[in-house]
Each structure stands twice: as C-alpha cells, then as structure tokens.
Design a binder for this molecule. Structure first.
Ligand code: AMP
Length: 280
C-alpha cells in the first residue's frame, strides 16, 4: 500500500491500473478511521481490483464555529488499518494541494441541501459536493463507497452524480454500530464517559422509531413527535432536529411511506451526533 499527497501521484498510479484493465474504487473519508469506514473499504475491496482511500479533513465543509481545528487525526493508525484491510493507496493531501491560491469554483446544490443538516450547517454540503467532485475528477473511480450513517450526504452525492453526468457508481453501505447501539463516529472520541452513556439516547430513539413504524404508525408528524419526546427524557441531550423526509428529495413528509429517511442530529454536551433509519 502506498501513501501519497499529490494529485499527480494519484493520477499516475490510477492510470497505470486502468491501463492494466483493473477496476478502481474510492472511499472518501476524513480519517480517524473506525469499523464504519472499515466496512466501506472491505466492500470496495470485494467489488474492485484496487481501492483508494482518501483521508482529508476538508476545511470547506466546516462552518466558522465548527470543529475543524480539533477534528481528530491519526495518519499512522489509519495507514495500518487501511493496510490490514487490503487498501492499495491512501491519498492524504494537504489543504493547499486541494485548494490552490485563487481557488474559486464550487459545486452548489439546491433543494436536497436545504433540509436537515443543511439547515444547521449552511456551508457544509457545498464543501462536501465540491471536495467529492474534485476527488472523483482526481481518482476517476469506477465505484465510490459512502455510509448510510450520513444518509443526506449519500442522497446528495447520488443526485450530484446524476445531475452532472459523472461516470461513477455510488454505493451506499449500512450503518456500523458499537455493541451497545451507538453509531460509530470519529466524533464519539469527544464524549466524556458520562456523555458516552447519554449518547445512547440516539440509537435507542432510532429503535423506538423503527418499532413505531413496524407497529403501524402512519403519521410522520406523530412519529417524529414521539421520537423527540423520547430524546427529551435524556437531560444531557439537546435536539438540533428530528425529521421524517422523502428519502430522495429530503423534503418533509406527512405520511410514513417509502422511500423515507427519518434522521436526527442531537447535541450531547458540545458534541453534535447524527443517526437515522431508512424505509426503502
Ligand atoms: P467521515 O470520515 O466521517 O467523513 O466518513 C467517511 C465515510 O464513512 C462516509 O461515507 C460516512 O458515511 C462513512 N461512515 C462513517 N461512520 C460510519 C458508520 N458508523 N457506518 C457506516 N459508514 C460510516
């Protein structure tokens, strides 16, 4: 496995693989890898000859008061983990490599980005769409792997690829959880032991939501209300949003019917965590 920091090196390697008739997968990440990322890398390895993992904490997708500076980083551990999973290349650029002086082109999507996380993080999806389309142009993968943990992001990337005729197959992968249910996330590392316990309210509420749907709840507003009430039983939790939306358009939905995304963002102390379930 190689680790490279320049676009030129990635292009040369990928070109040589493609010349040899090999298929190439891309797994975009911000690093501090855990088994959630690992599941994407493993699936990519099964379905392709070569796997490129990008590790880039993208400044463009962080708002001014967000955790860009404190976002956890550990390239050495990440490299060993990628190697153990059979990844072929880590692309780990510096911000200056991705955004040269005078950079001024953006991928800016409307509608899907204006709901859920887009409401509380106004610049986030412009940064995500811009960096992912740059990574697609740099790596030119056959397939790219994204987690359903960030279900809105996954829907947005699929939509972007469709809108802009990008020749990449976007593949979604299920949420990987800790044994007690908490969705794995690099941000879980911010939680104190007490907050870590309180954070279970997210996955417990996802389970409650799934049960309410299985038991026949058809009113999306009632479903969301009951989920909110459950979160409010945890004193350390502060709701950013809980919403039931159409799984493709991200627009609010009155009725419980597929395709539907029920998504939440909840602060536990200062840490903002997300979780969701999908009716497909
Ligand atoms: P991040 O490093 O947080 O930007 O995540 C990189 C990719 O890994 C994204 O496509 C995420 O959706 C995915 N991912 C992160 N956590 C999980 C998880 N617990 N289960 C599945 N995929 C995940």
């Amino acid at each position: 496995m190689q680790i490279v920091g320049t676009i030129k090196e990635v292009r040369e390697l990928v070109k040589s693989w493609k010349k040899a008739g090999e298929t190439v997968a891309l797994v975009p990440t911000m690093g501090y890898l855990h088994e959630g990322h690992g599941s994407l890398i493993e699936k990519a390895k099964k379905e392709n000859d070569k796997v490129v993992v990008s590790i880039f904490v993208n400044p463009m997708q962080f708002g001014p008061n967000e955790d860009l500076a404190s976002y956890p980083r550990d390239l050495e551990k990440d490299s060993a983990y990628c190697q153990s999973l059979g990844a072929d290349l880590i692309f780990h650029p510096e911000p200056e490599e991705m955004y040269h002086e005078g950079f001024s082109s953006y991928v800016d999507m409307s509608v899907l980005t204006e709901e859920l996380c887009g409401l509380s993080r106004p610049v986030h999806f412009r940064g995500v769409c811009t960096v992912v389309s740059k990574l697609f142009h740099i790596v030119q993968p056959d397939r790219a792997y994204f987690g359903e943990k960030d279900a809105q992001q996954l829907a947005i990337i699929k939509h972007m690829v469709d809108d802009l005729n990008i020749d990449v197959e976007v593949i979604g992968c299920p949420i990987v959880r800790e044994d007690d249910g908490l969705a794995k996330s690099s941000r879980n590392t911010y939680l104190s032991p007490e907050e870590r316990k309180a954070a279970l309210i997210l996955s417990k509420t996802i389970e409650l939501g799934k049960k309410l749907v299985a038991d026949g709840e058809t009113d999306a507003e009632k479903l969301v209300q009951k989920m909110k009430e459950n979160i409010e039983t945890e004193p350390m939790a502060r709701i950013d949003y809980v919403k039931a939306v159409n799984g493709l358009t991200m627009q609010q939905q009155k009725e419980v019917k597929a395709p539907m995304l029920v998504a939440m963002a909840v602060y536990i102390g200062k840490t903002r965590l997300i979780d969701n379930f999908i009716l497909s």
